[in-house]
Structures are given as C-alpha cells and as structure tokens.
Design a binder for this molecule. Sequence first.
Ligand SMILES: O=C(O)CCC(=O)C(=O)O
Ligand SMILES: [Fe+2]
Length: 332
Amino acid sequence: MPISLLSHRIPEDIDLPSVTLTDRERTEVRALAEELHRCPAAGQVDDPRWLTQARRQSCRLPVRLLEALRDFRSAPGPGGYLLVGNLPVDAETLPDTPSVADSVERRATVAASTAMLLGQQLGDVFAFRNEKHGALVHNVVPVPALAASQSNGGSVELELHNENAFHPHRPDLIGLLCLRSDHEGTAGTLFSSIRRARVLLADSDVAILRRPRFVTEAPPSFRAGDATTAHCVLNGSFDDPDIQVDFSATRALDDAAGAALRRLGAALAEVASELVLRPGGMAFLDNRLVVHGRTEFTPRYDGSDRWLHRVYVHLDGRPSRSHRIGPGPVLA
Ligand SMILES: O=C(O)CCC(=O)C(=O)O
Ligand SMILES: [Fe+2]
C-alpha cells in the first residue's frame, strides 16, 4: 500500500500535481539509491564523484517519475509544486531524529540518496557555505534552542517566505522529503503561489511591488548578507510575475510600499494550502513562484520528532559561477 502523502487539507477542487510510486517503482528507486551507497566515493553525498554518479543514476529513475519531474521543470502549473509519494523511506531502520542546530546528512543513506536523485534529475543540487556547513542534504528538524525562532529548526508558526529570499542566487526549486512526521501528525508545510494570488491584487499594488522599494535581511548565519540593496518583490511579467519576499525579513522602504506588501501577504494567505507530509512523501516547490512556511507543532525531542531532508536546486548552475567556491556546488 502506498503510504499516504497528504492530509485532506488541500481544497478538493484543486487538481494535485502529484505522482505516487507503485511499490515496484519504489523498489526500483531504492535499488538506485543503494547502488549509490557502493559508489567509489564511499557513499559521501558531498563528494564530487558521488554527485556525478548520482546525476547519471537519476536518468534511470522510473519513467513515470521522470515524466513528472520533466513536466514540473518546464510547467510548474498555477500552484508551482509537485508532490511525489511512496519514495523509499523505512521507518523501521531510521535512526533517532537529530535535534541539534545545523544538522545535515552527508552519508548516502537511502533517504539522502533518494532526495539527491530527484534533485539532480531536476537540475543541479547546491548549497551555501554559510548555511548547514555547506552540505547538500539538510535535516529540517526541531531544535530546542531554536523552538521560538523563524528558522527551519523552530516549531512556532513559520511565516511565508521564499527560500533564502535575500540571496541573488537563491534556489530555483526546493525539495522536502519527509522521513518522519511529528507526533500528532499535524505539522503542515504551508505554501502559496503568486500565480494564484495575482488575480487578487490591484494593478496599482503590482506596480509598486515591481519597484525597488524593499529590503530583505539575511539570516544571522549569512554574515555576508546584504540588507541594504533595495529590491523589487515582484519581477518579470506584469501578469505572471516571479516573487521575492520573506514576510519575517522583508521591509518596505516607504508607507505605500508597506501597504502593498501587506495586501500581498493577505492575498497569499487567502490562496495558501497546507500539506502534511508523510514518510516517503516529497514536495518540490518552485521558489520563484511559491512562498512556503509551516504551522506550529509540539516537538518532544525524544528521537522521534518530525524529520525532513531538504535540497536546493538550480536549474542552471552557470549564473551563480562567480559566487561558487571553485567549480563545485557550494556558494559563498
Ligand atoms: O518545516 C517545513 O515544512 C518547512 C520549513 C522551511 O521553511 C524550510 O525547511 O525551508
Ligand atoms: Fe524555508
């Protein structure tokens, strides 16, 4: 039986862009992931040789999954997300959920390899040197000292944001693979697409949001961040724009811009969906179209808390070359 990916909280009239693997397809993905464990780079995800191997191996994912990933890449749809269900994650063999800050997975476990296989098929998985030690596979887990923070280690409600909104080379896509749900099974990943919110906005607000009248703070970990360069919150097409905002870190530089930003927040909240990821479920979000957040939940810090693997994807690695430390996948 496929493991349920979703709660029922997404409105039923929305046609979910999703693919749930059959058990046979799940076994095929597991075999590819296990092969990566035996690869010459001793199963180290961040080793360039392993990465090359994972990219090649990703071409052998089940065809139905390849089709869904390829479609999502070119046509992210009005919602800007893709859900994949029944990926190989085995509750029985999982170690305890980590509970320390900046936790990452550098070993090519089946779950980490699976997240990397899907990410490497979509584009180039990369990381920031100043975040999570520059590792490619992040653990999103509740951390006691961060409980009240607006960070992935928190457990209070996390406000809607583009991932690394402040950064010129923020991810094009992010992937979140669930290894373990929270105890109550209620922690929801919130997400909202500017494509759905756009119709709720007055053109006069869009015009303001397309002007560089906003600044976005970098998280404290990004010491090199630049909160002084004003930027637009909406970019590109007037009718189908890209979005760059973090509702806990973006500030308007004048009153009119502040009012437009508040109305944008209200429009995004109105069309937001909530997804309770289940083990083996992975959500990909188009970070150019979608802001995401998370509902609050109650961690116990007992080794069986909620646990996601997160990967960042660039569809084209070339534009960020000047920010890269050498030719590898880590950005300064
Ligand atoms: O916990 C979640 O569902 C998402 C948290 C988040 O914003 C992230 O990991 O980037
Ligand atoms: Fe995030």
